[in-house]
Structure formats: structure tokens, C-alpha cells
Design a binder for this molecule. Structure first.
Ligand code: P1T
Length: 381
């Protein structure tokens, strides 16, 4: 099955009791048993729920994996991956990652004994030298949030396989429409479902997909034992969102490409970060490992004073100022205080994330209106 057909049909069966074409919201906490242990496959809704099962199967199909496991948020999904490991185990991650992932690693799991090595993304080719006998996982995020750097997934997973090290790729920025890390050798793919998969800024959720049965069993065990599960109504909303994922992503990519080019040509705009631009250092690689360049564009103004940056963000009318991305409506984020507020300033500056970076999640509106909005905001003083 090709992508659009999968996005609409995969994992979904007409409801067995009524034939309803849309998977119902099974709003229940428990399931009646005929006799202790004799039931229809569902016992308690933390362990499983039919609306969640349909979504998990749909997500697994979209990522070309066998098993999908959903969690209450993207960070709860990352938390489940990190719970696979024990004190003393080493994990390598790029220093340029979502601020909340960095905070979870540094503030929750490092004190519990996991050892993190953060590597400069531009040096990630030298990752092999960092792997020791204690290394268990390489965590990747590509394109990165918010600087849109591109990491060669196949190259890294190849090194890790030789050394018996697991890889997990945060595929939030690409979505499965643009990139499938499992096909490039990753063991686990992670999503903040909150973003493009949900697509309508109305749900917080996370997911993991793998084809490794043993890993899936351990991750399902953590899902049930730690209990960070999404509710059935949220699962229904994401199932609905998935049906237009391909259409939305096409428009996100088209609009973002036009905005990135327009910004690049603007006299008041400094650096523009978008992997679709020919001068972007990851352009060629992104062209190979992705099927499009995504919907996020970051930029700095030439006059990159903090005041001018803030004023520009305040001036926007159609782009709403807020933290998140991937919804149909355009958003503008100030990474230093929002998505990366959980990363100490000196760490942020080390990875090149300035206080004056502006991140746009380009929505699916008419691009002429988005350009006009940016024009009035940037040019207004
Ligand atoms: O917000 P949550 O669903 O828990 O997902 C966390 C997460 C994980 N990975 C990436 C790449 C992300 O971008 C996020 C969440 N990011 C934002 C809220 C943001 O504004 O960047």
C-alpha cells in the first residue's frame, strides 16, 4: 500500500459491534469479564483500549514498523525509551535537540545514573570514537529543533549495528510522510504526535514504533507499568488527523519553501535555516534521506537585537506566537524562552541557538497571506 492509502486505512477496521467506519471512542476504564481471566482481549484501559490499538496499528504502518506504542506525550515516549536502561549505561545524543529531551536526560535520568554524552552535531561523524562497551543507545533527532540540522541516519545506524548499540530517531520534524528512520536502520522511531501527526493543535501525545518484538514487549510493559497512556478521545482525534497527513505535509512543505526563499531575499533578514535552501549544509543529505524538506523555517534578523526580534514576533497577525509546531495554523516560536527554555543559556549558545532566533511553523494557509504577514511584521519599523 502506498502512503496516502495507508494514512486513511491502515490499522483501522469497521467497528466489530456496529460496523461504524470510524473507530469509536471507547471511553471506558475497564471491561466486563465473563469469569476471572475470561474476557475479549481487553482488561483495564491503562493496559489497552480499542481506540488506542487502532491508532498504534496505524502509526506502525505509516512508519513501516510492526509495533506502535502510544504515550501521554512525546516526552513520555522518550521517558519510556530511557527506562530501558540501567545506571552506568551510556547514551550518546546530539547537543542540538529539543530542549525538553535535553532536560529529561540531564535533570531526570542523569541523576538516576544514566551517563549521557552530548556530541556536536557537526562532529557526529566522529561518533564511532565515543562508543564504549557501556554504550547502549544513540539518540538522534533530524531535522533538529530548531536549527534544522540534518544527520545521516543510515551512516549512524550502520556504525551502531556493528557495535551492537541501539538507535532511536526522533522523527517529529519530518513526520513519516517525509522520512522513515526504520527503513534507514533505526531500531526505534519516536514522535511527538502533538505535532504533524495530530496536526490540529488539539492533542498532546507521543508514540514509539519498532519492528523488534523484544523491544516492543519491553516498551509496552513500560507503557502499562509506568502508566503514561493517552486517553481514547485523543487517540480518536489523532486517527482523524492522520487521514490528511499527506495532504497537510505537501502544503506545509510548499509554503515553507516559499517563505524560506522569500526570507532569504529580504534585506532585513540575516541567516535563514531551512534544509530546502541550496546553501543549507544538510541540503544534499536531506534530499537523499527525506522526501521533502518540512514545514519549519528558522531565521534571525540582520539587526538581531533582542528588542527588534521581540517586536517582530509581536507584530505578527496570522502567525500566532506560541510554543509548538505542526498544526494547520502557522505559529511563531521564540526557542530561547519557549521550546529550549529547559536548556541552560550557555548550552544553547554553544549549539548556535541565539536569543534572537525566530522559529516559524509554517501552516497550510494561503502562502501569499503568510508572506504579507511576515512583510508587515519585519518591515514595520
Ligand atoms: O510536547 P511533547 O508532545 O511532549 O513532545 C516533546 C518533543 C519531542 N521532540 C521534538 C522534536 C519536539 O519538538 C517536542 C516538542 N516540541 C515543542 C513543544 C516545541 O515547541 O518545539
Amino acid at each position: 500500500m502506498k502512503f496516502a492509502t495507508k494514512a486513511i486505512h491502515a490499522g483501522i477496521e469497521p467497528d466489530p459491534s456496529t460496523g461504524a467506519i470510524m473507530t469509536p471512542i471507547y471511553q471506558t476504564s475497564t471491561y466486563v469479564q465473563e469469569s476471572p481471566g475470561r474476557h475479549k482481549g481487553y482488561e483495564y484501559a491503562r493496559s489497552s483500549n480499542p481506540t488506542r490499538t487502532a491508532l498504534q496499528n496505524a502509526l506502525a504502518a505509516l512508519e513501516n514498523g510492526k509495533y506502535g506504542i502510544c504515550y501521554a506525550s512525546g516526552l513520555a515516549a522518550t521517558d519510556a525509551v530511557l527506562k530501558l536502561f540501567l545506571p552506568g549505561d551510556e547514551i550518546i545524543a546530539p547537543s542540538d535537540i529539543y530542549g525538553g529531551t535535553y532536560r529529561l536526560m540531564k535533570r531526570i535520568f542523569e541523576p538516576l545514573g544514566l551517563v549521557f554524552k552530548f556530541v556536536d552535531i557537526d562532529e557526529i561523524g566522529g561518533l564511532a570514537a565515543l562508543i564504549t562497551t557501556k554504550t547502549r543507545l544513540v539518540w538522534l533527532e533530524t531535522p533538529t529543533n530548531p536549527l534544522l540540522k540534518i544527520i545521516d541516519i543510515k551512516h549512524i545506524t550502520g556504525i551502531c549495528k556493528e557495535r551492537n548499540v541501539l538507535t532511536c530517531v526522533d522523527n517529529t520534524f519530518a513526520s513519516p510522510y517525509l522520512q522513515n528512520p526504520l527503513d534507514l536502520g533505526a531500531d526505534i522511531v519516536m514522535h511527538s504526535v502533538t505535532k504533524y501527526l495530530g496536526g490540529h493543535s488539539d492533542t498532546v501525545m507521543g508514540a514509539l514504533v519498532t519492528s523488534n518484538g523484544e523491544l516492543a514487549n519491553r516498551l509496552k510493559f513500560i507503557q502499562n507499568a509506568s502508566g503514561a497512556v493517552p486517553g481514547p478521545q485523543d487517540c480518536f482525534l489523532v486517527l482523524r488527523g492522520l487521514k490528511t497527513l499527506h495532504l497537510r505535509m505537501q502544503r506545509h512543505c510548499e509554503n515553507a519553501a516559499q517563505i524560506a526563499m522569500w526570507l532569504s531575499a529580504h534585506s532585513k533578514v540575516g541567516k535563514v535555516y531551512y534544509p530546502g535552501l541550496p546553501h543549507h549544509p544538510g541540503h544534499e543529505l536531506a534530499g537523499k534521506q527525506m522526501r521533502g524538506f518540512g514545514g519549519v523555517v528558522s531565521f534571525e534578523l540582520k539587526d538581531d537585537s533582542y528588542e527588534k526580534t521581540v517586536r517582530t514576533m509581536e507584530n505578527l497577525r496570522i502567525f500566532a506566537l506560541g510554543e509548538s509546531l505542526g498544526g494547520v495554523e502557522s505559529l511563531c516560536t521564540h526557542p530561547a524562552s519557549m521550546s529550549h527554555g529547559g536548556m541552560p543559556r550557555e548550552e544553547r549558545l554553544k549549539i548556535g541557538l541565539k536569543d534572537t532566533l525566530i522559529r516559524l511553523s509554517v501552516g497550510v494557509e494561503d502562502v501569499e497571506d503568510l508572506v504579507a504577514d511576515l512583510d508587515q511584521a519585519i518591515g514595520s519599523d
